[in-house]
Ligand binder design. Structure first.
Ligand code: SF4
Length: 405
């Protein structure tokens, strides 16, 4: 790692970061507790960067301080929900690749940021902007020998070779689909083409990974939830396709929130609880062996907001047909509320030592017995349990929303 002389970070660079911060906060960059990553207080001496640095859980599980920023807030597109859409009146700023790479390394060396999430407005076409993002990452990797975390956005219209180059530099790449299909994207981003400019890029990412086996970055996408009249079944059907066919690591759901002076400024914000139900459901699709048809959509194609989707499935399917925990396979164990991948593995391991006979055996494995008790058998018997004073789908004390498991 090349050490820069200990100089004060240029005030105009800090100003630029701060001008870019409000909108980059809206974009969910990496995993965090409830799907949203949280801005953090920057260390002393960098308090005015607190909106730009976020706690984020990166692939592999580590938690780092992540600088989220744009190469430029100049944009020629007119996405109807976006603060950076063309013609909107505010002060726009741009970083050159050298300037942004140097600024990040200064923040890194001061211990303020340990990784970078880099996106951009579209100025001069997606391919030109992609070149600048790649150039920034190249300066970080080659000139400064930075080996830490880089997440690069793949721009609409980026070329296949550029995607390959970005994937050789980054730990994660992402293409924001924004909507589950072209009909809804037309409403949100009339100048973007769902298939040609966006979905095709996610296909190329997966093709590149398959053509040349090796260590490639993971890929993600983001949907704007509630910006159009898209339904949960549309969002989750596309999510399922991306997980199964295109090797997506994670779909992010970002609740629509109206921005003044945009065409959607009078549209109501989408409830955060809807976003949370979508996350729960997407985890069921990705990690629990559920398919979209299993999810408890109502007649409008949306998930009920008042029920955890896994609990709703279990109430419908397991109440009269409980799962014998001593014989069920892993897939069936994962369908039981309260049993996640870790819990299922512990049950399978424990069964090799002997029978599970009561809820205390499960508690010893770290499994919340009250949640699963109505849906299981232990040695052929329904376990005796007392309903918690909390409802099964009780809110998490931390985030005010139930946790997925
Ligand atoms: S392309 Fe659309 S979403 Fe991206 S910065 Fe431009 S207006 Fe905003």
């Amino acid at each position: 790692m090349v050490q820069l002389p200990a100089v004060t970070i240029a005030a105009d660079s800090i100003d630029k970061l701060r001008l870019l911060a409000p909108t980059t906060c809206v974009e969910v960059a990496e995993d965090a507790n409830s799907g949203r990553d949280a801005p953090i207080r920057a260390p002393q001496g960098a308090a005015d960067l607190s909106d730009c640095i976020h706690h984020a859980v990166v692939p592999g599980g580590g938690r780092i301080a992540l600088l989220k920023t744009l190469q430029t807030s100049v944009c020629e597109n007119n996405c109807s929900y976006c603060a950076f859409r063309r013609g909107r009146d505010f002060r726009r700023v741009s970083f050159s690749p050298d300037e942004l790479a140097r600024l990040f390394i200064q923040l890194y060396q001061k211990g303020i940021a340990k990784g970078i999430f880099l996106s951009s407005g579209v100025a001069g076409g997606g391919a030109k902007v992609q070149d600048r993002l790649i150039a920034t990452a190249e300066v970080l990797r080659r000139r400064y020998s930075f080996t830490g975390y880089i997440h690069l956005k793949i721009m609409p219209g980026a070329e296949r070779d550029q995607i390959s180059a970005a994937m050789r530099l980054a730990d994660r790449v992402s293409v924001n689909l924004e909507a589950p299909n072209h009909r809804h994207l037309d409403r949100l981003a009339p100048e973007k083409s769902f298939e040609e400019q966006l979905l095709l890029r996610l296909r190329w990412i997966e093709e590149i990974r398959r053509e040349e086996p090796g260590h490639w970055p993971s890929s993600t996408t983001q949907f704007v939830v509630g910006g159009s009249d898209e339904t949960d079944v549309e969002l989750l059907s596309t999510t399922e396709y991306l997980y199964r066919q295109l090797g997506l690591a994670r779909a992010y759901f970002s609740s629509f929130s109206p921005v003044p002076d945009t065409p959607l400024e009078h549209q109501p914000a989408s409830p955060l609880l809807r976003e949370h139900r979508l996350y729960q459901s997407s985890f069921l699709l990705r990690d629990y062996g559920f398919v979209v048809e299993d999810l408890p959509f109502n007649q409008t194609g949306n998930l009920p907001l008042d029920t955890d989707p896994k609990l709703a499935w279990a109430q419908r399917h397991l109440t009269d047909d409980p799962v014998e925990l001593n014989t069920a396979d892993r897939h069936t164990l994962l369908q039981v509320p309260g049993i996640g991948p870790v819990g299922a593995n512990r049950i399978l391991k424990e069964r090799r030592r002997g029978h599970l006979r009561d809820l205390a055996d499960l508690r010893r494995l770290g499994i919340t017995a009250t949640r699963l008790a109505p849906f299981v058998l232990l040695d052929g018997h329904r376990p005796a349990f007392q309903m918690s004073i909390w409802p099964l789908d009780r809110p998490s004390p931390v985030h005010g929303m139930p946790l997925a498991r």
